[in-house]
Design a protein around this ligand. Structure first.
Ligand code: CIR
Length: 277
């Protein structure tokens, strides 16, 4: 069974960090409704939703992906590159302790989960504005005992590695080659986004389907021509905060890895869980 850890849209989201998009007013009520539809799509895909404690005063806290990297064996809580986002991690760590042993990235390392693409035992880390080489090194140190190999990759012109590349099957990567060199994903089959849709490389792969923004119809058609099942999920309000589909959840298997001793029988102290229907 899969768990999807999510976090509510903060009413302060209009004060979010922005790097590559211009500020436009975000309709918070609509963002909340779209986030609910996103959670519904996660449930539909077989996930149970767990909620990290909301942080109304942390504008970017809905983008929970950036706060941790969750593997079967261990969760690594990050140290986000934007200082304003570092207070987001404490409650996420508390939530994850119900499911995994939790390790951390420490100063001077910085790492955003949006820069981490896990493909089997290979972990690609985008090094750029938010994640630094030290963050990638620490991630390697935390994950290599479990057989993972970390490969730092250069990202240019976008916020995170997963703005530029995400998996659309265990063997295929959807990629915008203007932002990351597709050749770095050596063993993965590249699917190149439509050139008129540069933001189209972010897809959330969940078993037999990918959750995908309806804003990129030409790339969607490419994916469907390859036989991939695409489920449209509209997060247009959160896109104004530079967030995309993968950013709003941490999806991981339940029941693998060993929770930390303080939570060896899960108490759900830090997370509230709602089951798939
Ligand atoms: C930020 O700049 O940190 C947020 N406004 C957007 C974060 C999006 N997260 C992601 O792509 N993983």
């Amino acid at each position: 069974m899969l768990i999807a850890l999510t976090r509510a849209v903060a009413p302060s989201i209009n004060r979010c960090e922005l790097t590559h998009v211009s500020r436009a007013p975000i309709d918070v009520a609509l963002a909340v409704r779209q986030h609910e539809q996103y959670e519904a799509a996660l449930r539909e895909a077989g996930c149970s939703i767990a909620h990290a404690a909301p942080e109304p005063d942390l504008p970017d806290s809905v983008f929970i992906e950036d706060t941790a990297v969750v593997c079967d064996e261990v969760a690594v809580v990050t140290r986000p590159g934007a200082a304003s986002r570092r207070p987001e991690t404490a409650a996420v760590a508390a939530a994850l302790r119900a499911f995994r042993r939790v390790e951390t990235i420490d100063a001077p390392g910085t790492l955003d989960g949006g820069d981490v693409l896990v493909a089997g035992r290979t972990v690609y880390v985008g090094v750029g504005a938010r994640s630094n080489v030290e963050g990638a090194r620490q991630l390697e140190e935390r994950l290599s005992p479990y057989g993972y190999e970390v490969r730092p990759v250069q990202v240019n012109g976008c916020l995170h590695l997963k703005s530029a590349a995400t998996l659309v099957s265990p063997a295929a990567v959807l990629v915008n080659p203007a932002w990351v060199d597709a050749l770095v994903f050596a063993s993965l089959d590249p699917v190149v986004v439509d050139p008129g849709e540069p933001f189209a490389a972010n897809a959330l792969l969940l078993g037999d389907r990918i959750l995908y923004s309806p804003a990129y119809p030409r790339t969607r058609a490419l994916l469907e021509r390859r036989g991939l099942r695409v489920v449209p999920v509209d997060l247009s309000e959160l896109a104004k905060a530079e967030g995309a589909l993968t950013c709003c959840s941490l999806v991981f298997k339940r029941g693998t890895g060993r929770p930390s001793s303080t939570a060896s029988s899960p108490t759900w102290a830090g997370a509230s869980l709602s089951r798939a229907p």
